[in-house]
Ligand binder design. Structure first.
Ligand code: SF4
Length: 370
């Protein structure tokens, strides 16, 4: 069987920095974008050449950021052409672009469709104007819904992101957002718990008592209400924070969770090839110099990672991996199996975490490793 790989392309540009954002993204002028695209294409060519006769075939492509939709059609076309010139890509490869409602236009959607993009991931975050304005988003509820409607004319497979834990947010609000998204044909919803990082505007707003996010208990309650609602709407919770209608799970993310190989291009992008993890430099200046860091896990660390990733999603963990590190002998393991928290599929030789206990996964996993 031919070696397969996923490709991630990092576009670090945004129109404005959101109040909560700690990602490696920034506002840039056109000449910076032009130079960055040229550097990206160089990196794609250089790293494709390393494989020689063992070049893998691409099964998923993901443009993330930042906000990939801030790049022009010309720039996206150039990067995509470089990927297709340097790699074989399966005809049915999943190809996702992340977009924000503001920078999504009919022209861009048409262009991406022609480039074989077949999945959009739209940063909605909330559907309430006051909430959106407070966290520094540039769009309103109306604009977000209009853009999703437009996107659906071009793409069947549309995902939306929602943040849980924002000021005054209730589980009911989140269900209302989900209802509006589902009514427009969104097939996948990713949820993110609000995380507050020092140095972000939201951090100082909280310090000055100008913003009050939900506390942990309120956040979990709101999230659980949303999770139950989505499951009632036939959205399977196939990973702790991801929900999809059947057949619309993100194949790109599933590859990460299965510890499949991937190549990441651009600043801060991660790769995992031949058992070695690589992270590109975080600044464009260092990236230009080809700086990166590498890490190789020991066999034990690899097994632990397989278990941590596998138990947080529908993929589960192979019984042989559990046996390799004697996890089946851990008293918690037997107890969790007896209590229906861990589900053992004898024929497939796979152990999965029962999705209704996903919220306890950290405790369960740490007990298993005791
Ligand atoms: S659009 Fe996304 S990456 Fe850009 S600033 Fe906002 S949260 Fe950060």
């Amino acid at each position: 069987m031919r070696r397969e790989i996923s490709i991630y392309v990092h576009i670090p540009f945004c129109e404005r920095k959101c109040a909560y954002c700690a990602f490696n993204s920034f506002i840039a002028k056109d000449d910076v974008k032009e130079d960055y695209v040229a550097l990206l294409c160089d990196e794609i060519e250089r790293r494709a050449a390393v494989f020689k006769s063992d070049k893998p075939v691409v099964k998923t492509i993901y443009f993330g950021g930042g906000t990939p939709s801030v790049l022009s059609e010309k720039h996206i076309s150039k990067i995509v052409a470089t990927i297709f010139e340097n790699f074989d890509v399966y005809d049915n490869a999943e190809f996702t672009i992340e977009a924000n409602p503001n920078s999504l236009t009919e022209e861009k959607l048409g262009c991406w469709k022609g480039l074989r993009v077949n999945r959009l991931s739209i940063g909605v975050q909330a559907l309430d104007d006051n909430t959106l304005a407070k966290i520094g988003r540039l769009h309103t509820k109306k604009e977000a819904l209009e853009k999703i409607k437009l996107a659906r004319k071009f793409f069947d497979n549309v995902s939306a992101d929602l943040i849980v834990g924002l000021e005054n947010q209730t589980g009911k609000d989140l269900c209302r957002y989900a209802k509006d998204l589902i009514a427009l044909g969104v097939k996948h919803i990713s949820t993110y718990l609000l995380e507050v990082y020092e140095g972000t505007p939201i951090f100082s707003m909280i310090e000055k008592k100008q913003y009050r996010p939900l506390d942990d208990e309120q956040t979990i309650l709101a999230f659980n209400k949303l999770a139950n609602y989505l499951q009632d709407q036939q959205f399977e919770r196939y990973e702790i924070s991801n929900f999809a209608r059947e057949g619309y799970e993100s194949r790109h993310n599933l590859n990460y969770w299965a510890r499949g190989e991937y190549l990441g291009f651009g600043i801060s992008a991660h790769s995992f090839v031949d058992g070695v993890r690589m992270e590109n430099a975080k600044t464009i200046a260092d990236y230009k110099l080809g700086k990166l860091t590498t890490e190789t896990l020991s066999p034990l660390e690899e097994d632990e990672e397989k278990i941590m990733l596998g138990l947080r999603c529908c993929l589960g963990v192979n019984v042989s991996t559990l046996k390799e590190i004697d996890l089946c002998k851990n008293p918690f393991f037997e107890q969790y199996v007896n209590d229906g928290i861990l589900i053992v599929d004898e024929s497939a030789r796979i152990v999965t975490l029962n999705p209704i206990f996903y919220h306890l996964s950290n405790t369960i996993i740490s007990n298993l490793f005791r």
